[in-house]
Design a protein around this ligand. Sequence first.
Ligand code: GDP
Length: 424
Amino acid sequence: MVKAIVGANWGDEGKGKITDLMAEASDIVVRFQGGANAGHTIINDYGRFALHTLPSGVFYAHITNVIGNGVALDMQKITSELRHLAEAGVPTPNLMISDRAQLLLPYHILQDTYEEERLGGHAFGSTKSGIAPFYSDKYAKIGIQVCDLFDPPRLREHVERAVEVKNILFQTLYHKPPINAEALFRELLEIISPYVGDTVTYLHQALQNGKSILLEGQLGAMKDPDLGMVPMTTSSHTLAGFGCVGAPVPPTAIHDVICVTKAYSSCVGAQTEPFVSELLGEAGAELRRRGGDQGEFGATTGRPRRVGWFDTVATRYGCMVQGATEVALTCLDVLSYLDEIPVCTAYEVDGQVTKSFPVPALLSRAKPIFTTLPGWKSDIRGITDYQALPANAKAYVDFISQEIQTPIKMVSTGPKRHEIALHP
Ligand code: GDP
């Protein structure tokens, strides 16, 4: 049986916490897309961690953690994440890296950096982790697969082919020094990973043997390059459905899709990105300060996140396109200081009111329409009994659930693993 845990919004919804919690009852956790450009914050008995590429099951001895073929594999980042876990006393995790995954290489990071420099004021706000060049190369068929590392002649040929293209770009468009293909080839030969394996067969056999698999998404629906806020998206598909390709598991095997969403909105990236329910000024700064476990600042970059009220238009869409079977609502405790809480329930676009998420060309003209709900003004941090939540907190959850047309089955009341209340 497969469950997917994915983001309904702009990322940073708290997927890491939910995956860490649900991993307890699973056999395998799989990352199926993205790279080290975002972080999942996990707080458990070993401490506080920001995982970037490693699946969130690495804290459990009984779990096999799979890095699927859809991931942008930065071996240096994985090695340093593993070192960091060991230093914190976490036992060496069971890890399997797909032999079909492709390598994110130093020239991807350079290209990402050069391109953001070139764009100047029009930059995408990239984390400069090389993600966009990596996926461009994959689709341009000049990517380098992990399996190539075990076949030096093939590796050499692929490196030379890719470097030829990079050097034309680097020298003529960016006016930067060329890359030495031979030196890169030699470096790649040094990569010896004991973790590489045939994850495609492994996952399909695991399913036949009745194992339970969690797919762990990175970022959220708004960042999908097809269905998100084009072009302010990431470069890999963030949607649950892509787990069928990037993990991979058969489409018919995905039993549950758990969309994670925060009780308010947060968004990272360029300021030019449309963010309809954004809360600015001192009120926004206060929500940012109080948000998450240490304020709303990027787990990978430390960048301040933009914050806003809950957006039911965007979230309903994020749940719809992923086929959410349930929602996990995180950070409800963060809103406890408010007298009243606006919720964005529709957009006005060119004088028309809509509850449907508009295409990107219209999104920047959308204005939020709010419904204001009463706050609960009491500390709910760590409450695990849903019935013990204040009536207004439960009413807030029910209102959102109705608006997004998906049952909210988990309500997270704090960043720690077991700070969660199950909705009856
Ligand atoms: P992810 O990428 O979706 O895993 O999300 P991030 O880790 O980037 O951001 C989520 C933030 O919210 C982290 O700082 C978490 O520790 C924190 N968090 C998760 N659930 C809760 C919750 O219920 N309450 C509070 N206060 N913080 C939470």
